[in-house]
Design a protein around this ligand. Structure first.
Ligand SMILES: [Zn+2]
Length: 189
């Protein structure tokens, strides 16, 4: 099992600490600390992050998945501001690959939904060239990889809604597919 955990979050709490002494007693200071909450109906994890380790974790998870806590066989991870849970003993390389897959799939679904919405009211376009700025935007969106399988080989431009069915040359209606996925798509549409 591997899935994104959308309900997971950090809980910020404060505690009072003695940071020094004065003539009439201790000098106290309020300091924040952070707990990870898995999003399930239970207490937050017993992971306590001091402000500095917490900032370090938040920085590191942008580059590489970071383990947040375990509960039996389950492990919670954070990667690029999203939370994931798995019970297969995966390592950070696996988590990275699976998380990217989740995002690719979501991007693809979103593009498709938006394109479908745009179809109504679009005048069927004849085979106009795709504008260069649109191409650049779409290329960036998929980081030059096939929207379906992530391959960088034999990339082709693909209209999510074909021009013949009222699709247009907008960034929303375009994706890049490898030659093989493009052919499979033709059969599935
Ligand atoms: Zn592909």
């Amino acid at each position: 099992m591997f899935r994104q955990e959308r309900e997971a979050t950090f809980v910020t709490l404060e505690r009072t600490r003695v940071v020094g002494r004065k003539l009439f007693g201790a000098v106290r200071e309020r300091q924040p600390y952070f707990l990870f909450h898995s999003g399930e109906k239970r207490d937050p994890f017993q992971v306590s992050f001091e402000p500095e380790p917490f900032r370090r974790l938040v920085r590191k998870q942008m580059k590489e998945p970071q383990e947040l806590g375990r509960d039996g066989a389950r492990t919670w991870w954070m990667f690029k501001d999203d939370f994931y849970v798995e019970d297969e003993g995966l390592d950070s390389t696996d988590i990275e690959a699976l998380a990217l897959e989740v995002h690719r799939r979501r991007n693809r679904r979103l593009s498709h939904a938006r394109a479908m919405r745009d179809v109504s009211g679009t005048i069927p376009t004849t085979r106009e060239r795709i504008p260069e700025d649109v191409k650049a935007e779409v290329w960036r969106r998929y980081e030059g990889r096939c929207a379906n399988c992530g391959s960088r080989e034999n990339i082709e431009w693909d209209h999510i809604i074909p021009l013949a069915l009222g699709g247009s040359n907008t960034a929303r209606n375009l994706q890049i597919l490898c030659e093989q996925c493009n052919r499979t798509k033709g059969a599935a549409l």
